[in-house]
Each structure stands twice: as structure tokens, then as C-alpha cells.
Design a protein around this ligand. Structure first.
Ligand SMILES: NC(=O)C1=CN([C@@H]2O[C@H](COP(=O)(O)OP(=O)(O)OC[C@H]3O[C@@H](n4cnc5c(N)ncnc54)[C@H](O)[C@@H]3O)[C@@H](O)[C@H]2O)C=CC1
Ligand SMILES: O=C(O)[C@@H]1CCC=N1
Length: 275
């Protein structure tokens, strides 16, 4: 069987993360293609990964077994509606856009198009990604397996029962790397204020984050217990956690994540097909 050809429409941050991770696994440069309306993005991605690229999305639509839509939600309608009606037979379309739902995508691409919605995240570049997946009924088992092969090559993936859960996945893991980067920024700045030089504060923070994540993934006890084990009674951690709790940090995080999920719904409402 020939290797399936996978075309990325939109050669930006997320396409680069996925392609970079896939090439470190079993995927070959010859089976990956990318298109972007910006010629500089086309050149960059072709040079970086040794794959073919085009400024014409229609080239990928005619040629690829999987079209992976990696443009911003704001241009998704225009991109889908401009694709030729005659695409490669049996082609699977995967959208990674926040918000835009399968109902809109199927109206723009054709009602019987096999569609998967996926919410990945940028650590896919280092094969540490997490992706939530939802398939419409017209997606075959073989296409589901191919979808898993793509996203498991860049980390782990899990199927969702309901499309609406994609908005929650977006709020937890799609946007999630940014929350941890935000916390790291704050810790680096605070370390500097405590008298460390910036490089030292940065190295301490980043390797603490890496170590804590590794422990949480490997450990047989939950993260609350891991936290308790660092928190000596009458010690230093207790003071920090007490201060975070008094400042209502958990409630603040919950409100932020609710805002992210709400925004996904607004994107669907504002940019989707309401008819
Ligand atoms: N950045 C992230 O962490 C994540 C992003 N996503 C989703 O991935 C999608 C892409 O996001 P990013 O990669 O961050 O955006 P980006 O802006 O880095 O990449 C989008 C690319 O699409 C290109 N583009 C715009 N109009 C086009 C057209 N008509 N034809 C072809 N290419 C066109 C742009 O030139 C750009 O290179 C979004 O829908 C976003 O919701 C999902 C999960 C995580
Ligand atoms: O911020 C966004 O809208 C995209 C979706 C998840 C991560 N980045």
C-alpha cells in the first residue's frame, strides 16, 4: 500500500509543530505537503522540513488522501469554499481550528465529506502533544486509524463522544501550554526580584516545570498528593500555597478556562454557518 499523502492547508505555527513531530516518527517528507497563501511561509516550511509546498490550496485538494486545515478560524469559511468541488475521492478532511464546527465545515465542503475535528497543541513539535479528536459518522475505521497515526506520532490522542467537548479540550490542552508559559514567566520574574540573575531564574523555573510534569505523569499518586509531599508543615511551600489560595488562584484559573471555552463557542457563532 502506498503511504497516504497528507496536505496541510496553512503553513503556520501549528502546521509546523505537527509536521516537525511527524517527521521524527514514521512519516516521510515525500508524503507531506503544505500550502499557504503567503509565499514566504511556503518557502520557510519547505526549507525547514524538506517537504513540497504550494501557494495554491487546490493542488493539495486534488492530490492528498488527508487535507489538514490549519488556518485561523477567521479565514476557514473562505478557504473551504474556495476549494474545488472535485477533490481526491474518499478524501478525509481534518480541521484543527478552534470553534468552527462540523455542521459549518460540511456545509462549506459538501455534506458527505468525512470530517474529523481535532484540537492539538504546540508541544507536538517535540512529540509531547495532546490531541482531542471527534469524528463524524461518515469517517471510516481506516480513516480513524490514519487520524490516530498522525496525532499519536506527535504525542497522545483521545477520541471524544460529543463534538461539544472539543471546546473544553481547547480550554484545557489546546490553550494550556500558554497557561504554563504564563506561570513560568511570572516565576522567572519573581525569581529575579528575589535576587537571582535572569538566566539562573529561568533555568531553575524551566527545569522545575519539566521535573514536576515528569513526576506527575510517572507517579502513582495524584497531583494533590505530590503537592502535599512538597509542603512541609510550618515550612516554606505552605506559605506560598497559602498566599495563592488567599488570592483565589484556583478560582481565577477556572474563570480563565471558562472564558477560553466560551470564546470557542463565540467563534462558532460568529464565523460558522448559522443557516
Ligand atoms: N497555535 C496553537 O497553539 C493552536 C492553534 N490551533 C488552531 O490551529 C489553526 C492555525 O493556528 P496557528 O498555526 O497558530 O496560526 P498561524 O497564523 O501561525 O498559521 C495560519 C497560516 O494560515 C495561512 N493562511 C491564511 N489564509 C490562508 C489561505 N487563504 N490559504 C492558505 N493559507 C492561509 C497564514 O499565512 C498562516 O501561515 C487555528 O485555527 C487555531 O485555532 C489549534 C490548537 C493549538
Ligand atoms: O488561541 C487560540 O485560539 C488557539 C486555539 C488553541 C490554542 N490556540
Amino acid at each position: 500500500m502506498t503511504a497516504p499523502r497528507i496536505g496541510f492547508i496553512g503553513a503556520g505555527n501549528m502546521a509546523s509543530s505537527l509536521i516537525g513531530g511527524m517527521l521524527q516518527q514514521n512519516f516521510k517528507p515525500a508524503q507531506l505537503l503544505a500550502s499557504d497563501h503567503n509565499p514566504e511561509q511556503c518557502q520557510r516550511i519547505a526549507r525547514q522540513f524538506g517537504i513540497s509546498s504550494s501557494t495554491d490550496n487546490a493542488v493539495l485538494a486534488a492530490d492528498c488522501d488527508v487535507l489538514l486545515l490549519a488556518v485561523k478560524p477567521q479565514v476557514m469559511r473562505e478557504v473551504c469554499q474556495a476549494l474545488p468541488a472535485m477533490r481526491k475521492p474518499g478524501q478525509l478532511v481534518i480541521s484543527i481550528a478552534a470553534g468552527i464546527d462540523c455542521r459549518s465545515l460540511s456545509r462549506w465542503l459538501g455534506e458527505d465529506t468525512p470530517l474529523v475535528r481535532c484540537m492539538p497543541n504546540t508541544p507536538s513539535l517535540y512529540r509531547q502533544g495532546v490531541s482531542g479528536l471527534y469524528a463524524t459518522p461518515s469517517v471510516s475505521n481506516a480513516q480513524k486509524q490514519l487520524t490516530e497515526a498522525i496525532f499519536n506520532a506527535v504525542g497522545i490522542s483521545l477520541w471524544l463522544d460529543q463534538e461539544s467537548q472539543i471546546d473544553a479540550v481547547t480550554a484545557v490542552s489546546g490553550s494550556g501550554p500558554a497557561y504554563f508559559f504564563y506561570l513560568m514567566e511570572a516565576m522567572i520574574n519573581a525569581g529575579e526580584q528575589l535576587g537571582l540573575n535572569r538566566d539562573t531564574a529561568e533555568r531553575l523555573t524551566l527545569f522545575t516545570a519539566l521535573g514536576a510534569a515528569e513526576m506527575a505523569v510517572q507517579s502513582e499518586v495524584d497531583v494533590a498528593e505530590l503537592r502535599r509531599r512538597v509542603t512541609s508543615p510550618g515550612g516554606t511551600t505552605e506559605q506560598a500555597i497559602g498566599s495563592f489560595t488567599a488570592d483565589q488562584l484556583p478560582q481565577s484559573i477556572a474563570r480563565g478556562m471558562q472564558a477560553a471555552a466560551r470564546r470557542a463557542g463565540e467563534l462558532a457563532e460568529q464565523l460558522g454557518d448559522k443557516a
